[in-house]
Design a protein around this ligand. Sequence first.
Ligand code: ADP
Ligand code: MG
Length: 222
Amino acid sequence: MICTRGLCYHYPNGARLVFPDVDVPQGAVLLLSGPSGCGKSTWLAIVAALVVPTAGSITVVGQTLDALQSVAADAWRAKAIGFLPQKLHLSAALSVYQNLAMAQWAAGQKEDASRIHAVLQALGVMELVQRKPGQLSGGQAQRVALARSVLLHPQVILADEPTASLDDEAAADAVGLLLATAKGQGATLVIATHDARVAALIPPVANGKIGFQPSYLQRSAL
Ligand code: ADP
Ligand code: MG
């Protein structure tokens, strides 16, 4: 569940962003659309407790973020949020397996090979487990990054421009994979995109569970 009220973010000497209120039920899909620069990535950063809003309040899976101090925010984020960033940030020197193991270590967990294998299997990239990121195609690298983002069973998956620079077929695959993964995990899914193709790839209602809540973030006048 994601609930926001009166969220604003002002970049120092920069954009003053005003966000519409949202109430996203657990397990729903939120499509954040809008042109480049309207504030989608900033909104994701606020939801992930990476950025503290200038004003307003926000609750994510029962946690009120306003009160979180940075150390607590890091621990909370590692457990609750699966982030699929636009730039994937896979470590080039490490294998696919090691990239995922590193995410477990970073969250203070023990390496869990069976969980790593299970998510790679579910995303159809188990055969890539020993490869380095430089030996993956763009689509494969994104699957690995998605595997990493859901490794710790997050209740919220945040995907930033997941179809950027993908052709139509690969874009449909990427969105289908996100929807299936979120559903499989019972996670809320947020897709932030300026890609007009994505809305048509999200069913209005799928199995009575997935909701489609378009939201358009406007830039306020400076
Ligand atoms: P989107 O993801 O929708 O493209 P962003 O959230 O990245 O939008 O950016 C929203 C606005 O904030 C843009 O006008 C951008 O130029 C501005 N912005 C983003 N990051 C910074 C920053 N670090 N400093 C100042 N302005 C920024
Ligand atoms: Mg962005």
